[in-house]
Design a protein around this ligand. Structure first.
Ligand code: AMP
Ligand code: TRP
Length: 337
């Protein structure tokens, strides 16, 4: 009870990751590591957004494996299942229902303007599912169901968040005040980690070149090999500048792990070469990820523990989500059950 009272005073945070590919160092440094720091100050909902993942075809066995692995990674990275609500999106049917209600209040034009939809659908050619088009109104449902104050996301998601705010504002003005208008939250240390082979591109779990990305679950020797092969340049001087995107990325990775500013790192590497930098980056990444990997392996062996976490999470989330959904249905003019 006291915990509930406490939570009511805290601002609400909602965020999610799709179990659509194996998680990268970018997901870890750009999202998870920062979420860990939020859990004491906010009432946090961290979701495994499997309904979003299926907007692109997933192999059922992969989706199952990745969803449980993602939950294990959340926990192993330090996101406490006691302090936060950890749950799987499809376990809370209110998300799909709310998404429909919001879809009916979203315009074709708005969804057509989403750059993520344009990019993804271009790559897919002719068989583009309607779900992919509708993706942002499902994301709006995720956020709005929990009276969310803040949404920690990367820059690539800001357009979706803006649309969420527009949909919420429109719903409020059509049907009277219903939703809190959420704000984006980009943590200060939210480093953007770039592709190791094409450092002008974001490191992404959907990349087809395995040397481009470091996976959270990559074994240490693989991590070392990938970092030693990372693209740099022929200048040979460690500098933090856009003209040396490969080196800049390595410094960003080291800086995010060590919590040392890139400028301090540059002065440390004065007179040293790229191989020193690379070997330090590899050591730091391995030291950071190895304990997490061990914990993930342990957690994955204990399916009943994981089940207890996602069941409890779904129960807590459903309670809040259903209240918001009922409110929406009533305002729209649906007969209460
Ligand atoms: P996604 O992999 O696109 O589902 O993203 C899940 C979360 O990880 C989002 O909050 C992203 O902003 C974050 N993220 C993904 N890739 C990176 C990256 N390369 N650098 C920093 N953050 C990232
Ligand atoms: N679209 C987000 C991404 O790809 C994932 C996501 C789904 C999300 N629902 C969300 C993020 C709600 C924040 C809040 O990164």
């Amino acid at each position: 009870m006291s915990e509930n009272l406490n939570n009511e005073n805290k601002k609400v945070i909602f965020s999610g990751i799709q179990p659509s590919g194996d998680l990268t160092l970018g997901n870890y440094l750009g999202a998870l590591k920062n979420w860990v720091k939020l859990q004491d100050d906010y009432d946090c909902y961290f979701c495994i957004v499997d309904l979003h993942a299926i907007t692109v075809r997933q192999k059922p066995a992969d989706l199952r494996r990745r969803s449980l692995e993602l939950l294990s990674i959340y926990i192993a990275a330090g996101i406490s299942p006691e302090k936060n609500t950890l749950f799987i999106q499809s376990h809370v049917p209110a998300h799909a229902e709310c998404s429909w209600l919001l879809t009916c209040n979203t315009y074709m034009g708005e969804l057509s303007r989403m750059t993520q939809y344009k990019d993804k659908s271009q790559k897919m050619g002719s068989s583009i599912g309607v779900g992919l088009f509708n993706y942002p109104s499902l994301m709006a449902a995720d956020i709005l169901l929990y009276n969310t104050d803040l949404v920690p996301v990367g820059k690539d998601q800001t357009q979706h968040l803006e649309l969420t705010r527009d949909i919420a504002t429109r719903f409020n003005s059509t049907y009277s005040d219903t939703f809190k208008i959420p704000e984006g939250y980009i943590p200060k240390e939210g480093a953007k980690i770039m592709d190791l082979q094409e450092p002008l591109k974001k490191m992404s779990k959907s990349s087809d070149n395995p040397n481009s990305i470091i996976l959270i679950m990559d074994p240490p020797e693989v991590i070392r090999k990938k970092i030693s092969r990372a693209v740099t340049d022929s200048l040979g001087i460690v500098n933090y500048t856009d003209d040396q995107p490969g080196v800049k990325n390595l410094l960003n990775i080291l800086s995010a792990i060590k919590r040392t500013s890139p400028e301090e790192l540059v002065s440390y590497y004065k007179g040293k070469g790229y191989s020193d930098l690379k070997s330090d980056v590899a050591d730091a990444v391995v030291a950071e990820l190895e304990p997490i990997q061990k914990k993930v392996q342990e957690l994955l062996k204990d399916k009943s523990y994981l089940e207890s976490i996602y069941k409890e999470g779904a129960q807590k989330a459903s309670y809040v989500a259903n209240k918001t959904l009922r409110k929406m249905q009533k305002k729209i003019g649906m007969i209460p059950r």
